[in-house]
Design a protein around this ligand. Sequence first.
Ligand code: HMG
Ligand code: MG
Length: 302
Amino acid sequence: ALPNKVRLVEVGPRDGLQNEAGVISTEVKLELIKRLEDAGVNYIEAASFVSPKWVPQMGDAKEIMQAIKAKTDGQEGSVTYAALTPNVKGLESAIACGVKEVAVFGAASEAFSQKNINCSIEESLERFKPVMEMAKANGIRVRGYVSCVLGCPYDGEIAPEKVAEVAKALYDMGCYEISLGDTVGVGTPQKAKEMVRAVSQFVPVEKLAAHFHDTYGQALANIYAVLEEGISVVDSSVGGLGGCPYAKGAAGNVASEDVVYMLQGLGIETGIDLNKLISTGQYITSSIDRPNRSKVGLAHSA
Ligand code: HMG
Ligand code: MG
């Protein structure tokens, strides 16, 4: 059975923009975030506290998160603003900006772990432990990502058992939700289902999220498949922006507009205003001079 409600995690300002080579001003990023809020999005991954040498586009994480803090201080927030923190240094910077929600990111593939965060899977899990402790001590919630859950650009096929092992490790160390990333967008629906079944033997399915890139045009089909398996949290990026700097050729995340359109058609509630989301996709893709990769967005601009 399909869920009645789906929670959307908007990763556009982070995953969507991290791979852009050109300078995107902090103002444009903040305007994007504001428009997403106006559209009713209640979870926005806004920045990454990673090395600016590795990912220059996220170099203004501090400015972004401070501007958000200034805006939300003293208000009971209904919107969650999150940032990636790969290590203690990243978390310290996030805490200094008043961030209340972060994410650590590991991988089910050794080669990708090395390319992305410069350490093995095991080392990454060790590195996350002090992050988890410091987060807990500061009342910060931590989401966990597993990359390459349906294939790796370097290692090829990935066993569902390996995904389950890394997801379990992140869950056991205190991540409240595990987002399963098809980083390269190579997955297909039956494989996605089998992977989710393998993971949900160790992590309750209500604690899992789907994070699918659309390189091979399979993301919506994969999302539908995993909704049938009980997943009810979906990561997406407005305008279908994005890609990972350490997964060459990987396209953007599934477009948020397309996910919301599909969910509306299925009678599944998201709390999001589709028309405002479409305008937001048009705003950001035209601001950074990128083609709009949301089919729904394109249909509405024709
Ligand atoms: P490293 O070089 O092994 O780290 O990088 P290090 O501890 O040896 O430090 C080296 C330098 O980086 C030092 O500076 C540190 O201060 C600095 P230097 O002394 O040379 O001037 N440094 C930092 N600076 C700012 N913030 C920090 C930080 N940490 C160290 N937090 C590191 C290790 C993890 C930092 C590096 O590999 C890195 O930044 N990687 C970024 C990877 C990334 O952002 N990838 C994209 C996001 S993941 C993704 O897109 C997948 C996802 O969407 C899910 C999916 O689709 O599958 C989540
Ligand atoms: Mg991603």
